[in-house]
Design a binder for this molecule. Structure first.
Ligand code: NAI
Ligand code: MG
Length: 499
């Protein structure tokens, strides 16, 4: 492999890591794919290859699953006390914090996002998630039950780890998605095979090194790099896997459900969205305009909960569109390592083609771009933050998830909350929504009427390890984070003793 010139702005530790020969993590060892094959990792700011990582296939998946099976069935992991498990997770969080800057730089190089954002959002949120989940390790419990069966009994439930868990994650928040998945599974006492996204495997591989350094027993966490069909599909189908947790497209979510049918493994899914942000005429526009702009443009719109449908009452519609368009046109788009950059490139050529394709389809069907509408550089995968108006409900840009910095702004005239909610709910998705108003009664009535897993009032994209997150309808099955996620990784056993 030719040596790749890495960006001189990177810390030497980061450059050294990216340039090193990458291996996957199976059964406590760093290994190549059995076939010796690798896949290329691209720098989205330049389109150049910056690393090679192993390309796992079914045989590697099988090895990793068997290692996780042994670690679960034979211990020592499952024989450790909850407090020992919690301490290991805390140690991992400490190590991540010690390497915060390096992890943020890796994330920026791999995903394209500004290092300034990864430093204050992705990495600290991942650290917080692990710490929060470490606390749960000692607090996963059952209940006792007064039963009415004739006789005298003691009945209680045990909440036990579900077993070997397969986890498949996407590229939009590579490290954070790894944390959302690993944290609760480890707190619950499961063992894991985690498959990273092929576009962004580097922070997960660095995390594997930190997991090793923290001292988790071998086989407890296995980290694979590879493609969806080659590595993800055999993991989802594997008979020795008890549960599969997936985040990504709704299309692949359906494939996961089919693949899981063989041994009826449990499934949780966190899928797409087309989230509405609804601004009422009485809203504080000083907050609602920047708030709804950030709802769509944060992480370049590559968020499953991005506020991609902006509804504003007709009396304020023009001001809102003007304000959001003004913000969009001033966003500094550039290389994520530049400290002034506010928006980096999209993650891959595929996403670049997809997002610009959506913009062109909207424009050709008669939508108007009041900001953006084009690619933003001749090299790399940069797209201008884009605001579309004059859309119609039938347009693809309105109906489908774009997963890029593109918002469709639509006026509403109604005062009837049921009808406004019906329009907001007119999507197969149900992940999130935001409502902007000074009227607490309207805000909370709307929160009840919207069919989605999250409703934000006068804010958007507020995340916390304590809050459950997930989707109604085709946005998914189950919830991540909070105490709710522990249900994904535990089985309940009812124990009854005749006294
Ligand atoms: P994807 O759903 O294909 O990929 C996500 C993960 O699933 C990756 O790790 C991939 O390797 C794996 N995967 C792909 N095919 C698989 C299969 N047959 N079996 C098992 N695993 C498989 O998403 P992709 O192609 O990267 O992006 C396409 C669209 O998906 C985006 O434009 C966006 O609309 C949506 N998406 C949603 C995300 C979310 O957070 N809900 C995250 C990423 C993408
Ligand atoms: Mg795909």
């Amino acid at each position: 492999m030719a040596t790749i010139a890495l960006d001189p702005r990177l810390d030497k530790k980061t450059s050294d890591f990216i340039a090193q020969k990458h291996r996957m993590y199976i059964d406590g060892k760093f290994v190549n794919a059995a076939s010796g094959k690798t896949l290329s990792v691209y720098n989205p700011a330049t389109g150049e290859v910056m690393a090679q990582v192993p390309e796992a296939e079914a045989v590697d998946v099988d090895q990793a699953v068997r290692a996780a099976r042994r670690a679960f069935d034979e211990g020592p992991w499952t024989k450790m006390s909850p407090s020992q498990r919690g301490r290991l997770i805390l140690k991992l969080a400490d190590l991540m914090e010690q390497h915060l800057e390096e992890l943020a730089e890796i994330e920026s190089m791999d995903n394209g996002k500004p290092v300034s954002v990864a430093r204050v959002a992705d990495v600290p949120l991942a650290v917080d998630l692990f710490r929060y989940m470490a606390g749960w390790a000692t607090k996963i419990m059952g209940h006792t039950f007064p039963i009415s069966f004739p006789g005298e009994y003691l009945s209680y439930t045990l909440r036990e780890p579900i077993g070997v868990v397969g986890q498949i994650i996407p590229w939009n928040f590579p490290l954070l998605m790894a944390a959302w998945k690993l944290g609760p599974a480890l707190a619950a006492g499961c063992t894991v095979v985690l498959k990273l996204a092929e576009q962004t495997p580097l922070s997960g591989l660095r995390l594997a090194e930190l997991i090793h350094e923290a001292g988790f027993p071998e086989g407890v966490v296995n980290v694979l790099t590879g493609f969806g069909e080659g590595a993800g599909a055999p993991l989802a189908a594997h008979d020795l896997v008890d549960k599969i947790a997936f985040t990504g497209s709704t299309e692949v979510g359906r494939l996961i459900v089919h693949a899981a049918a063989g041994n009826l493994k449990k499934v949780s899914l966190e899928l797409g969205g087309k989230s509405p942000a609804i601004i009422f005429p009485d809203a504080d526009l000083e907050r609602a305009i920047p708030g709804t702009a950030s709802a769509i443009f944060f992480n370049h719109g590559q968020c499953c909960c991005a506020g991609s449908r902006l509804f504003a009452h007709e009396s304020i519609f023009d001001r809102v569109v003007e304000g959001v368009s003004d913000i969009a046109s001033k966003i500094r788009v550039g290389n994520g390592l530049d400290p002034h950059t506010e928006m980096g490139p999209l993650v891959s050529e595929e996403q670049f083609e997809k997002v610009t394709g959506y913009i062109n389809s909207g424009l050709s069907e008669g939508a108007k771009a009041t900001a953006g509408g084009k690619k933003a550089a001749d090299r790399g995968y940069f797209v201008q933050p884009t605001v579309l108006t004059r859309t119609t409900p039938e347009m693809k840009v309105v109906k489908e998830e774009i997963f890029g910095p593109v918002v469709c702004a639509v006026p509403f005239t109604d005062t009837d909350l049921d009808r406004i909610a019906r329009e907001a709910n007119d999507t197969p998705y149900g992940l999130a929504a935001s409502v902007w108003t000074r009227d607490i009664s309207i805000a909370n009535k709307m929160a009840k009427r919207i069919r989605s897993g999250t409703v934000w009032i006068n804010c958007h994209n507020v995340f916390d390890a304590a809050l459950p997150f997930g989707g109604y309808k085709q946005s998914g099955w189950g919830r991540e984070m909070g105490s709710e996620v522990l249900n994904n990784y535990t089985e309940v056993k009812a124990v009854t003793t005749a006294l």
